[in-house]
Design a protein around this ligand. Structure first.
Ligand code: CA
Length: 288
């Protein structure tokens, strides 16, 4: 019978900690004697091994909601440390100072006050619920934009509420010369003008203030100039064609001619190239 019990104890010790939890395994190894003593002697009177070993025997832990060498109650009390709105430093250990790190909605020593951007939707001596303000408020007393105390950056207070600042409505645009300003709620952004624009007031070629070289204003829109259609020829060499491109043009030798030393000369087919060029797709299929 004793042997059977010992086997069970060994199994229990082996399974007390996660294999990856180094600290836990270390502690079990270090205090194996205590655990054995508890198993054979103290288990009945003190069924909670954690409490008996960690808190009372080796004095590493404290009961939940308490901290420090003497296991003092956390701020806000051991029942609901930090009034349930934060974490108590050293909670459950013999370390720490019992102070509160509040969650993002709360602030203050006891985590009862609301952080900027939140207001107390419920509050008494021990409970505090903080709820998010309207997007436009830095601080507020309620949920609506009319409940703002201070406005967030990018918003300004009129008689009633915090309203968006139109950053784009000013004389000097906050954007670069090749960008236009786009107002948004609480902010603004700078977007690139159409490539055909020199400065613009909005998106697209119809919002240009003026056009870059190669484009001209046509029906209030910067339109590509077709240089190839101008009365005066722009491609002047013999056997040369004009190809219009967005914002420019290209002069290329007519089919059958190639650029040689600055002139368009007839292409002389070499012997290797000739058969390849003459074979039609149908002929290729027959070859297979
Ligand atoms: Ca704005």
């Amino acid at each position: 019978m004793k042997q059977y019990i010992e086997i069970r104890l060994v199994e229990i010790i082996e399974n007390l900690c996660d294999s990856s939890n180094f600290e836990c395994n270390n502690m079990v190894e270090e205090h194996e004697e205590h655990i054995e003593a508890w198993w054979f002697k103290w288990k009945k009177k003190n069924p909670d091994l954690f409490k008996w070993l960690c808190i009372e025997k080796i004095e590493v832990c404290c009961p939940a909601g308490t901290y420090g060498p003497d296991c003092l109650a956390c701020l806000g009390g051991s029942e609901r440390p930090c009034h349930g709105n934060g974490r108590c430093d050293g909670d459950g250990t013999r370390g720490g100072d019992g102070s509160c790190s509040c969650n993002k909605e709360h602030k203050g020593e006891f985590c009862l006050d609301c952080a900027d951007g939140y207001y107390n939707s419920h509050r008494n001596d021990t409970h505090s619920v903080c709820t998010a303000c309207h997007n436009s408020c830095k601080t507020c007393t309620g949920a609506a934009n009319t409940d703002c105390q201070d406005c967030k950056e990018g918003w300004t207070k009129n008689e009633e509420a915090c309203v968006d600042v139109d950053e784009c409505a000013v004389e000097d645009s906050p954007c670069n010369g090749d960008q236009y300003c786009l107002n948004t709620d609480g902010s603004f952004s700078c977007r690139a003008c159409d490539i055909s624009c020199v400065e613009c007031t909005g998106e697209g070629p119809d919002r240009c203030k003026s056009c870059i070289a190669g484009y001209e204003m046509e029906e209030e829109k910067c339109t590509d100039v077709n240089e190839c259609a101008l009365p005066e020829k722009v491609c002047v060499r013999e056997n040369e064609d004009c190809v219009n491109t967005p914002g420019g043009y290209k002069c290329v030798c007519t089919e059958g001619f190639e650029d040689k030393d600055g002139v368009c000369a007839p292409i002389i087919k070499t012997e290797e190239e000739a058969p390849e060029n003459s074979s039609s797709p149908a002929a290729t299929h027959e070859d297979l």
